[in-house]
Design a protein around this ligand. Sequence first.
Ligand code: GAL
Length: 426
Amino acid sequence: MTHSNIFNGVPWFDDEGRPVNAHGACIVEDAGVYYLLGEYKTDDRNHFIGFSCYSSPDLIHWHFERLALPMQADGPLGPDRIGERVKVMRCPPTGKFVMFAHADDLGYRDPLIVVAVSDTVNGEYRLLGPLEYQGQAIRRWDMGTFQDTDGTGYLLLHEGDIFRLSDDYLHADELVAHEIAPGGESPAMTRTDDGTYAIMFSNKTSWDRNDNYYLTAPSPSGPWTLRGTFAPKGTCTWNSQCSFIFPLTLADGRTVPMYMGDRWSFPHQVSCASQVWLPLVYENGRIALPEYMETWDPRTGNPLPWDGRVLDVALDSNVPGDKTTVRFQLDDERRLALIGNADRTGGYAQLDIADDDGTVFSSLVDCYAPTRSHGLLFVSPPLRQGAYTATVRVTGDASVFYKKDGTRLGSQGTRVSITGMTLLQN
Ligand code: GAL
């Protein structure tokens, strides 16, 4: 095991060196193991390939278990469909693991919430079909789930509808809150220690980030009070979109709600989309993410800064093909971190790491961010002892996408601005 901190906003690699491909994700804890279930993206298109399941003993080192629900032969999650925002809860009365997800056509014109089941959290889930309320399929897109302390399951929807699920979680039984967040997407909910419920939403900016906000209530059925943003205004929720809130138990036994957000990178979501996970602070009836931690220790909830040998290298250009190369020698296993600027004009860089026998690692690196930041842009998988060169090149490509109403969003340029590299010790 190479490191003991969660690195925010950079892709992670599993125990086989492949990107951890689980987005719009959730975590289920089962028998002392964390399972991450999320969207298994492609690097060029937006169609459904499957929902993935990874396991970890510590939220840091991940092992690919399987596609928990692969593309089906036909139906709502068949070929040329969308599958998003997968969430799984273990249903207390039946013991089954129940999966919920948004299924749609490629133009987002056939939204459905689908339900699937498995006997084990990391098994292959059996798709049952659309989730129904009063015999009708629920036709909404962005969704989340919430399991209350008494085991009651809830389905959360964009615009702020909340349904209480049936005891077996296979139907929606009651609409307990209606349109509490008009214009809100990607709902996520938690219950604080004093029994206050908090639900968060993003605004509708497709794969882009915005200032997410939250509401609180004494019960899931309300009354809900709008509270405003939970991260400092203008940070675009620390450059992320909320997806899930996981009750994280720290080493000292305290449980804190952990915010899980996506830093999307359309279209290169496998190589560049990443996670932003941060413990939420709850004080005086308000939840907050007052500070961004680039890296932190999930055993304590505290920042655990990265450190290492600094390589002197710089590149600042938007001309495709411009590049910089640095040579380095490793006497022990290290990961190469790219440090630089990300802003509204950022594009994709190409990183190539080679030894004497040729390329050992390559990836795109996203330098786009709606809120300007300077820091870690990328961290490679561990590199063995040896002599290497690392080359960063401007590709001329950038993260650009269109809202469901056709508005162009994403980067305004193709700039790559690297200010250094570090050979990470931790
Ligand atoms: C977002 C939504 C994502 C995905 C995306 C597509 O607003 O939260 O789940 O649907 O739009 O543009």
